[in-house]
Ligand binder design. Structure first.
Ligand code: NDP
Ligand code: OAA
Length: 268
């Protein structure tokens, strides 16, 4: 009989995603063990964690864990990821948009034998997009529709004086690339960046963002034309406690962690 030691998982950020991932780890995820947590308010975090799970500043996570789940504001991605990658360890990245401004993280992973994983998160079909990318993809188009409260406050809207609070009809607020959206909508369009990284990159993927006052769910539709297949898929995400984040995001991380230690892996 061979059995591997459980993967020691750290969770950086105890918001909508981090809290749900911690709960799943506490409930028991085969092959994984919750090793440490970081949060902005460490005392509040300690009060919520079971005894024996340390809550430490971000820089204290790496010595305690084999892998970190980054579930924090995008600006913190380098501080969370760098120590793990330098140590040849794994990082599961939720703030995928921030990866475009932190290309050195991929170099660090390459140099030290670490690995960055971007889970499918709030999106759908990255397995099919990645498979199609092994051939030739002609085009990838994504249309995101969000309730007003899922978009309000985005820097692009503020800088361009686009007021959406009182709209009565759907309004297209952005048309461009995931690279542009990652700057203008840093807390809203990680999904578009993840899609672009799986497919034809952040400058060739076409993206539209709509604010829709009739919607209660974040809705993403992707259309792919490739030499192997044409496909279109859409997902309607029920918001979590954070209206910008779909509930399925944390579940995608849990599924990703479950796969890491599983004897059977389904899906690429
Ligand atoms: N890839 C994908 O498909 C998706 C990605 N995301 C992205 O995932 C990330 C997490 O999302 P979500 O959980 O909804 O975000 P939240 O805003 O709910 O949570 C982020 C957490 O990080 C905490 N935090 C702030 N500063 C620090 C610090 N210095 N150290 C540790 N923790 C800190 C915040 O604490 P406090 O509240 O006290 O400030 C907050 O609890 C975001 O970047 C989001 O854009 C979200 C949805 C889908
Ligand atoms: O892209 C994101 O970061 C979040 C999102 O659209 C969703 O949860 O549907």
């Amino acid at each position: 009989m061979t059995s591997r030691a459980p993967l020691r998982v750290a969770v950086a950020g105890l918001g909508a995603v981090g809290t749900a991932v911690v709960a799943a780890l506490q409930a028991g995820l085969p092959g994984c063990r919750l090793a440490a947590v970081s949060a902005r308010d460490l005392d509040a975090a300690r009060a919520r964690l079971p005894e024996g799970v340390p809550a430490v500043p971000l820089e204290g996570l790496e010595p305690l864990a084999d892998l970190v789940v980054e579930a924090a504001p995008a600006a913190l991605l380098p501080a969370i990821a760098e120590p793990f990658l330098r140590a040849g360890k794994g990082v599961v990245v939720l703030s995928a948009g921030a990866l475009l401004r932190a290309g050195h993280l991929i170099d660090l992973a390459r140099e030290h034998g670490g690995q960055i994983t971007v889970p499918t998160g709030a999106l759908i079909g990255l397995d099919a997009v990645a498979a199609a990318a092994e051939g030739v993809i002609h085009s990838v188009r994504m249309v995101t529709r969000k309730p007003v409260r899922g978009l309000v406050g985005a820097p692009y809207l503020v800088e361009n004086d686009i007021a959406i609070e009182d709209i009565r009809e759907p309004l297209r607020v952005f048309r461009g690339t995931p690279r542009e959206a990652a700057v203008g909508f840093p807390a809203n369009l990680n999904v578009a960046v993840a899609l672009s990284l799986a497919g034809i990159g952040p400058d060739r993927t076409e993206l539209e963002i709509w604010a829709d006052p009739a919607l209660t769910r974040n809705t993403h539709r992707i259309e792919v034309e490739a030499d192997s297949a044409s496909f279109a898929m859409s997902i309607e995400n029920i918001p979590s406690e954070n209206p910008k984040t779909g509930r399925i995001t944390a579940l995608s991380v849990v599924a990703c962690l479950r796969k890491m230690g599983a004897p059977l892996r389904v899906g690429t």
